[in-house]
Ligand binder design. Structure first.
Ligand SMILES: *Cc1c(COP(=O)(O)O)cnc(C)c1O
Ligand SMILES: [Zn+2]
Length: 371
């Protein structure tokens, strides 16, 4: 039966329990038996909801969707190395976060929730605000004061109440958690339904590669919403014997805020104190990733690793890549920069998601071309 489980102490909770963390303080996961009907999948409209039997929303009438997903998978080269690009910047709100928001807000609708609270460095807030608007659910979004203006405009245009919090990303999280004592915490980091949405990225890659798994994914990672989601998706496929093994998941961090990189390199079990915000990759400038232990387990389980790229490397990769007709935000370019550091073997299928649209950070990109 579908239920919620603490990812640390393994305490089970009922699926209907409105809690957002375990009594022990750790994040929660969902235990759910995903199913796949490959023949039916092929016939359905090309959206992330074509994997319906793998998504833990009970009734179709609760699904909150813009028919999003099924982003392309394109072959190209980066610095002469063959890769497949998955342009997740093509989602309705301009980032892959729509995958998670669609599941999370569908679940909120299923629970009859009228008002939600969320905190984010920008893109998750925009995605949650858009889907809440589509569902008619009131929405309060907390963001750090330094968030890109385009993301703030987007959140406000969706009709959400915007709260700008001074200081670090962690201050913003604390403000939202206080508000969440009175309202449903629709957190992309804590609520496990969000990851049940981001996992559809793995299903699409599997289908687009002819129902096989790639060898490797390079994923920009702060809190790990795409990395953990991809893992859960490939796990679902493995559990159903639809792939022979898990692809290697490589987390990419910006050197200016790289707690996971330090944990990996120095074999730490706790998140070390890190100054946040010192990077152009604002979307992954997460000093205290709540699911750090889970992320490191995933890297070990898949034979992956953490790569760290400097702001100089990010900017060079971004400029070179955009010159070839792509348009992405600096955070997304961390994975492009990481291709340079990752040795691709003969015949290895490497997938690089484009996590966020360039239009999200016009003012940062203007600075690059004007200097
Ligand atoms: C959210 C996001 C990521 C991944 O961030 P996590 O904190 O690991 O979930 C990467 N790129 C962009 C553009 C994002 O918005
Ligand atoms: Zn626990």
């Amino acid at each position: 039966m579908t239920h919620i489980v603490c990812n640390t102490c393994k305490t089970p909770y009922a699926l209907a329990d409105p809690r957002w963390k375990c009594d022990c303080g750790a994040p929660l996961d969902i235990h759910f038996q995903a199913a796949f009907d490959t023949d039916a999948i092929r016939e359905r409209t090309p959206t992330m909801w074509r994997y319906r039997e793998a998504l833990p929303i009970e009734k179709d009438e609760h699904i909150v969707s813009f028919d999003e997903g099924f982003t392309p998978l394109l072959k190209t080269e980066i610095n002469g190395k063959p890769v497949r690009i998955k342009p997740e910047n093509l989602f309705p709100t301009g980032s892959f976060k729509d995958r998670g928001a669609s599941l999370l807000i569908s679940r909120a609708k299923e629970l009859g929730i009228r008002k939600i609270v969320e905190d984010s460095s920008g893109n998750a807030g925009a995605a949650v605000a858009a889907y809440a608007a589509r569902a008619g659910i009131a929405c309060d979004i907390y963001v750090p004061e330094a968030t890109s203006p385009a993301k703030l405009a987007q959140i406000r245009m969706y009709g959400a109440a915007l709260h700008k919090i001074p200081g670090s990303r962690e201050n913003t999280a604390r403000a939202a958690m206080e508000a969440a004592e009175h309202h449903f915490y629709a957190s992309h980091v804590w609520n496990p339904f969000f990851f049940q949405g981001t996992k559809t990225c793995a299903f699409e890659i599997w289908e687009q590669l002819g129902f096989t798994a790639p060898d490797t994914l390079l994923v920009p990672t702060g809190h790990g919403t795409l990395l953990i989601g991809a893992y859960l998706g490939f796990r679902d496929l493995l559990d159903r014997d639809l792939i022979p093994g898990l692809p290697k998941l490589v987390a990419v961090q910006a050197a200016g805020c790289a707690p996971l990189y330090r944990m990996w390199r120095d074999q730490l079990t706790d998140v070390p104190p890190v100054e946040s915000g010192g990077t152009v990759a604002e979307g992954i400038a997460i000093a205290e990733p709540s699911r750090a232990a889970q992320i490191l387990d995933i890297l070990r389980d898949t034979g992956g690793e953490v790569l760290s790229v400097t702001d100089g490397e990010i900017q060079t990769a971004l400029v070179d890549f955009c010159k070839r007709g792509w348009y992405i935000e600096p955070t997304s370019a961390t994975a492009i920069a990481a291709v340079g550091k990752y040795p691709i073997s003969e015949g290895e299928t490497v997938v690089v998601p484009l996590t966020g649209h360039g239009l999200k950070s016009t003012e940062k990109l203007l600075k690059l071309v004007e200097t």
